[in-house]
Write a protein that binds this ligand. Sequence first.
Ligand code: F6R
Length: 261
Amino acid sequence: MEVVIVPDAKAGGELIAEAMAALLRRKPDALLGVATGSTPLPIYEALTGKVQRGEVDASKARICQLDEYVGLPAGHPESYRATVLRQVVEPLGLTEASFMGPDGSASDIPAACEAYDRALAEAGGVDLQLLGIGTDGHIGFNEPCSSLASRTRIKTLTEQTLVDNARFFDGDIEQVPHHVITQGIGTIMEARHLVLLATGEGKADAVAATVEGPVAAIVPASALQLHRHATVVVDEAAASKLKLADYFRHTYANKPTWQGL
Ligand code: F6R
């Protein structure tokens, strides 16, 4: 794993946006897997800036979603489809035609999950998958003790994630859907490059367990240790519990060895 420690969230966003831009220069129709939540916003802002300044052409990019709430009415502003369209697809000047996501309002959810895994494979697989991390170590919505081989499926959110996400629903935990569709850990692991961004002290324990702990289903993000090209970008606060922080600074901070950068 490449562990890149950056001063702050903005620097992390800039670094990852540059990796995405480099990928698009190499492969204009790359399939970019995006995440929702607060953490990736500096990435989207930095990438949009690069597109607007003409530093990269994203017009052929394809975007796919990591997860989705189940049961929100179509078009709900906090559905992840609406969120990704608002935060990524539209700012990059793309249309819904270049976007793929699981159908959280399907009447047959297991079939919708299978269809999404199939669609990702038929699209040639994800070139670069962005990930955030939950305070409980989840990636996508693979909560602790998710199978490390899991495929896209329905999951129940933990109490901790309901509390963490209530801020997107007027602080009202009652409004947060309890169920989600998420790419499975096995599905996520098929992406060619995984890039996880974690910022803030609240993520420090989860980051330490992910990077330096054993590979274990209790910390779903620890599966990244088994991926052939995983990059973990953390700000100083999120890196504060890493025993090997100095080694990572020395090895990666000034000279990321990311393939493709
Ligand atoms: C959302 C997702 C989640 C979030 C995680 C962190 O698509 O995949 O795993 O990345 O819950 O959320 P924030 O960034 O809001 O702390």
